[in-house]
Design a protein. Structure first.
Length: 146
């Protein structure tokens, strides 16, 4: 049971880490990599911004590795929480919101529509300043009103 709680806690903590990283790193000293994500779409499959998937995967991979040393331990389940958050991020951000893959085009779910609205507000700012809605799964309630 403690491993399930550890996995869920790691997943939830990742939303906080994502918000902080998005606001202070992506819109800060690593803006070079994130900037193309805020520009009108071009036809390339990848963006410089995709480097952040690798950056976030490294701790998860390391935690899986060290979580298997000497038997299964809590580090593995922290890595699992990070991995599950990464999968959720990909499905919400890249598939649902940005439609990089056309899998969930016509959702009627109020929560998912709210996430799209909040992210659209985030992207109205083409520069790194004056941003808002830095979260991915937890955004202000006002975006869920239809």
């Amino acid at each position: 049971m403690i491993f399930v709680i550890t996995t869920i806690a790691a997943f939830l903590i990742m939303e906080c880490i994502t918000w902080l990283t998005h606001k202070f790193v992506m819109h800060g000293f690593m803006w070079y990599f994130h900037e193309d994500h805020h520009q009108p779409r071009y036809q390339n499959t990848f963006e410089r911004n995709d480097i952040f998937f690798i950056i976030f995967a490294i701790p998860s991979i390391a935690l899986f590795y060290f979580g298997l040393q000497g038997g299964l331990n809590y580090k593995f389940f922290i890595g699992l929480g990070i991995l599950l958050y990464g999968i959720a991020y990909f499905l919400i951000h890249d598939v649902l919101i940005h439609q990089r893959f056309k899998w969930f085009k016509n959702t009627k779910n109020k929560y998912l529509i709210g996430l799209r609205k909040a992210h659209k507000v985030h992207h109205k700012h083409l520069g790194k300043e004056d941003g808002e809605c830095f979260g991915m799964l937890n955004v202000p309630k006002k975006y869920f009103k239809i």
